[in-house]
Design a protein around this ligand. Structure first.
Ligand code: NA7
Length: 534
């Protein structure tokens, strides 16, 4: 592990981040014989899975699929223990990957990249790191993840609080003991929904401050049997290929047809079966659930009924029942979330009408009532997709800042490059399928595309590649057009940036992994069409 202060040095590639994306990129660059260096802000590798250690943190994609496929021996030898991996197991896997492929010697931990400026005369990136290091690189790759920049609301009085505050995405490594404490959780997204049932069992009293109720289906997590692991491993390659053509998961069939192709009875049976099976494939019950409001309502009403049946107090059940489009905000998968509100030590506080007014030394005030608290958990999500990219002072041609260019929202070509910023790549950037897919295969697809592009240039003795503005404009319009044919843009989700006050509202992910791969491969096959090279 190289922890020495950085001297000034030149690399073929500087990579920012050592999570799934950074590790995968580094491994591929090594295999190409390039000199690469990764900087990682955390004190360990793992990215999302390094930071999100809150109680109950778990992936909502099945573990046999949420893993790398670039090395057959790795995928054969690693044994996942549960259907949905807990955070600690995914982190152990990523540490294993770092060791197995000897990646640590090119990773500098505890170091942020503060700025990266493109020098047009020398055609290199000047990169400054938080340890005072200055580096040059032919290529600059951001592998900083889509959900890594924590969003903590600016509530008045936040610094006056006498107890402890936590953000789910920055959880203390030593864990937190809530025994005997009065705890407030702000937010009811995926992180809250996973952690609330566990915090409720430990805390003396738990207050959940809910601005918007969320749809959630049971995760139905369980240990994996040797038989099912073997079934996947004996056919891993084929299953992965199949998943690539579906965009999500090889374990669950998605129905193409309309919810109205079948009788109400059949529809209910399908929803019931998927509810029992658990997890996000609930949304795959019919092809038009995210396209047609009436179709969506059939599934949403089914989940609403389930919530009402799970929660004893009808008034609490009503508050927990969303009146929005199912899946428009990312669907959650839980283990006993709604039932937790039947516990005598749990109180749901609806802050939809009366936002949090103030945090005081002893607690939190909303709607004129003060709640006395010993600890506050911000489960308030992330400045998604652009937050981590814009946290670095990235400047392209003419010294133009990426922040300036994206003032009205991110603009990319294929979610991988942006005009005016030569030799700069983003892994799963805005405008790529990313968060609407299984992230790990999406990351591998981007890593391979970027690496192949570098090889292409190398073979031709070319040193510069840059997205053309025209190609970028067409891509941005296409991303919007695809999204606007669905129900996704119709709610205040982080896909749109709506969770961060002042953030421009642009639908950021591209809908359709298989279509995207065809397009990206076609661009490459046509000599990187839409890119200027030289
Ligand atoms: P999410 O899904 O963005 O959830 C954040 C929650 O915090 C959500 O309920 C928000 O309510 C709430 N929130 C945010 N700001 C505030 C303020 N100012 N006041 C009250 N409540 C607030 O983040 P997660 O970490 O749970 O999950 C992120 C993704 O990680 C998830 O989708 C999975 O892909 C994994 P809102 O809905 O905005 O009204």
């Amino acid at each position: 592990m190289n922890q020495a202060p950085s001297p000034s040095s030149h690399f073929d590639v500087v990579v920012v981040g050592a999570g799934f994306a950074g590790l995968c990129m580094l491994h591929r660059l090594r295999k190409m014989g390039l000199r690469a260096k990764a900087f990682e802000a955390g004190s360990g590798v793992g990215g999302t899975w390094f930071w999100n250690r809150y109680p109950g943190a778990r992936c909502d994609v099945e573990s046999m699929e949420y893993s790398f496929q670039f090395d057959e021996e790795l995928q054969q030898e690693w044994r996942w223990t549960e259907r949905y991996s807990p955070q600690a197991e995914i982190l152990a896997y990523l540490n294993h990957v770092a060791d197995r492929f000897d990646l640590r010697r090119d990773i500098q931990l505890n170091t942020r990249v503060d700025s990266a400026h493109f020098d047009e005369d020398a055609s290199v990136w000047n990169v400054r790191s938080s340890d005072g290091g200055t580096h040059t690189a032919s290529y600059f790759v951001m592998a900083t993840g889509c959900l890594s920049s924590a969003n903590t609301p600016k509530v008045p009085g936040i610094n006056s609080f006498g107890g402890s505050t936590y953000h789910t995405g920055r959880w203390p490594h030593e864990g937190v003991d809530f025994s005997g404490l009065r705890v407030g959780v702000i937010g009811t997204g995926s992180s809250a929904i996973q952690s609330i049932p566990i915090i409720a069992k430990e805390a003396e009293q738990l207050f959940v401050f809910q601005r918007t109720p969320n749809f959630s289906v049971p995760a139905a997590n369980r240990p994996l049997t040797d038989e099912e692991v073997e079934r996947v491993k004996s056919n891993y390659g084929e299953l992965r290929k199949m998943a690539g053509t579906m965009g999500f998961g090889f374990n669950t069939r998605s129905n193409e047809g309309s919810a109205f192709d079948v009788s109400e009875e059949e529809r209910r049976a399908e929803y019931e079966a998927r509810w029992k099976m658990g997890g996000l494939p609930f949304l795959g019950a019919y092809g038009d659930l995210i396209l047609d409001e009436k179709a969506n309502a059939t599934a949403a009403d089914f989940v609403r009924e389930k919530i009402r049946a799970l929660v004893d107090d009808p008034a609490v059940a009503e508050k927990l029942t969303p009146n929005s489009i199912l899946g428009c905000k990312r669907l959650c998968a839980d283990s006993g979330y709604f039932e937790t509100f039947n516990r005598p030590n749990v109180t749901l506080v609806d802050i939809a009408e009366a936002p949090i007014e103030e945090i005081t030394p002893n607690g939190l005030r909303t709607g004129g009532t003060t709640y006395e608290l010993d600890a506050i958990v911000f489960a308030t999500g992330f400045d998604a997709m652009t937050g981590a990219l814009l946290a670095v002072d990235i400047r392209g041609r003419g010294g133009v800042q990426l922040r300036k260019k994206w003032e009205a929202g991110p603009r990319t070509y294929l979610g991988i490059a942006t005009a005016g910023f030569p030799n700069f790549f983003m892994i799963t950037g805005p405008g790529s399928p990313s968060v609407l897919t299984n992230m790990v295969p999406s990351i591998e697809q981007h890593v391979n595309w970027i690496a192949d592009c570098m090889t292409f240039l190398q073979e031709r003795g070319e040193t510069v590649i840059e997205a053309e503005t025209g190609a970028e404009d067409v891509w941005v319009s296409h991303v919007n057009e695809v999204a606007s044919a669905t129900l996704y843009p119709g709610c205040n989700s982080w896909y749109l940036g709506a969770n961060v006050p002042g953030k421009p509202r642009v639908f950021m992910p591209y809908l359709g992994f298989p279509e995207y791969v065809v397009k990206a491969d076609d661009v490459a096959a046509k000599g990187y069409e839409g890119f200027a090279r030289g």
